[in-house]
Write a protein that binds this ligand. Structure first.
Ligand code: SF4
Length: 219
């Protein structure tokens, strides 16, 4: 099994040629991106958009507004995001942390060492590696590669990894192989998500897929 920079860049080029820029993450502010990342756990993007729109309609699309709101009042607003109580709690916990440590200023957060900040995020309620890395990359523009189920499925089907390999193993592979490049990491993850959505589904649509010319190992 050969895991090389050439292979990774080859996949990137095929995807970029097929799909173009994904312009990810679609949000008007870094705070909106963080809120979206917390809401996005285990739901579709369409549901995230509905929950974001509901917060916006109630002028609650900021952590300052969320901090001022009761959890019981917040939960029904984010109904489209499901897991209401857990996600309302996660937003409230993040709001307290963000206000208490950074005065609601993402610029202040950005000045922190990336790995120390990641450890801090991972200590918060319901922030796992994927959510923490989405916040770091897409909201705070730190060069951290995001791994998700689509990434695992695509790379394992092409024999670069297995589904059982850990989040950290996948992430180390991308980050040891590619230069720490925020626009590249941003686009690459977004392209993999799009590929997973459109083609590399549980039942893969290989014949029409932009990666069909690559060697398949598992299907
Ligand atoms: S759909 Fe098929 S060709 Fe495309 S990434 Fe998945 S396994 Fe590879």
């Amino acid at each position: 099994m050969q895991k090389t920079k050439r292979q990774l860049l080859g996949i990137y080029r095929l995807l970029y040629t097929a799909f173009g820029s994904r312009h990810w993450w679609p949000a008007d502010s870094a705070e909106e991106t963080i809120i979206g990342a917390i809401l996005a756990q285990n739901i579709t993007w369409k549901n995230v958009e509905q929950a974001i729109a509901a917060l916006k309609a109630r002028r609650a699309l900021s952590f300052k507004a969320i901090a001022a709101m009761d959890e019981e009042k917040l939960a029904p607003i984010i109904r489209p995001a499901r897991f209401l109580n857990q996600k309302a709690r996660a937003l409230k916990v993040f709001a307290d942390y963000f206000g208490g440590n950074y005065g609601y200023r993402t610029q202040k957060m950005k000045r922190r060492d990336v790995w120390e900040l990641r450890d801090e995020l991972l200590g918060l309620y319901r922030i796992g590696p994927e959510t923490a890395d989405c916040i770091l990359l897409y909201a705070l523009e730190k060069p951290v590669f995001v791994i998700d189920l689509y990434t695992k499925r695509i790379l394992s089907r092409h024999g670069l990894f297995t589904m059982e390999d850990s989040y950290e193993e996948y992430q180390e592979f991308f980050m040891d192989t590619l230069a720490p490049d925020v626009p590249l990491y941003n686009e690459y993850h977004a392209l993999l998500v799009h590929l997973g959505n459109k083609f590399c589904k549980p039942k893969p649509l290989c014949a029409e897929c932009p990666l069909h010319s690559l060697r398949l190992v598992n299907n």
